[in-house]
Design a protein around this ligand. Structure first.
Ligand code: PGA
Length: 246
């Protein structure tokens, strides 16, 4: 089964109005004709500006989080419907930084992902173990708990993406080995097979210090259907080099 690869840039809380626009322009103009799907996920406040630049292009727009509520008195939150209204087609859910700094639980991830799907967004649901969990041999147990607790009943292989992001590899320059990546991706594929309709279509992407110099090796591994790119997505040349490798 060939699945079209997805290269998604997670800009996190970086940039300014002017730099976000330049980055979006450069990514758009530099990736025409690429074989993979490409998405950029800017900070909420730049979604409108970036959305105008990538509208009607091959570049998709994504949010970095959303609320599990429809609307109401939830100060500081942004709903899935608002993201869709601004042209988003993806939303990152359950990133380890949200789990770590905002106490997001698997149950919270599940209800956010469910809301996203109900509004027509594709959630990129993040799972991954910490270094301590890996050292204790708990990696697959952690991943299976996060999948069972975080993937909503409405998910199918077509309407969601799973990102495997070992926490210890995010922003550290430490990349998981090929064997480590393959083991977890194969595990996720097997685990989701009986639990997800159309599971053959499920894209399982890797994240954690993906750079131009390691992208080609990672992206050719079995069951690696793309990458969630943090730091390297902030430089158009680096992000484009990764997408070109896909
Ligand atoms: P990184 O971040 O590429 O900077 O390691 C990846 C992510 O957090 O999605």
């Amino acid at each position: 089964m060939t699945r079209k690869k997805l290269i998604a840039g997670n800009w996190k809380m970086n940039g300014a109005r002017a730099t976000a626009a330049v980055l979006a322009e450069d990514v758009k103009s530099g990736s025409a004709g690429f074989a993979c799907d490409i998405a950029v996920c800017p900070p909420f406040i730049y979604l409108h500006a970036v959305g105008k630049i990538v509208a009607d292009s091959h570049i998709a727009l994504g949010g970095q989080n959303c609320s599990d509520k429809d609307d109401g008195a939830f100060t500081g939150d942004t709903s899935a419907a608002m993201l869709a209204d601004y042209g988003c087609s993806y939303v990152i859910i359950g990133h380890s930084e949200r789990r770590q700094y905002h106490g997001e639980s698997d149950g919270g991830v599940k209800s956010k992902a469910s809301k996203a799907i109900s509004k027509g967004l594709v959630p990129i649901i993040c799972v991954g173990e910490t270094e301590a969990q890996r050292d204790k041999g708990e990696t697959l147990g952690v991943i299976s708990r996060q999948l069972d607790g975080g993937i909503p009943e409405s998910a199918t292989g077509r309407n969601c993406v799973i990102a495997y992001e070992p926490v210890w590899a995010i922003g550290t320059g430490k990349v998981a080995t090929e064997a480590e990546i393959m083991q977890v991706h194969e595990f996720i594929r097997g685990h989701m097979k009986s639990r997800l309709a159309e599971s053959d279509n499920l894209r399982i992407i890797y994240g954690g210090s993906v750079k131009p110099d390691n992208a080609a090796v990672i992206l050719k591994l079995d069951n690696v259907d793309g990458a969630l790119v943090g730091g390297a997505s902030l430089k158009a040349a680096d992000f484009l080099a990764i997408a070109r490798a896909a």
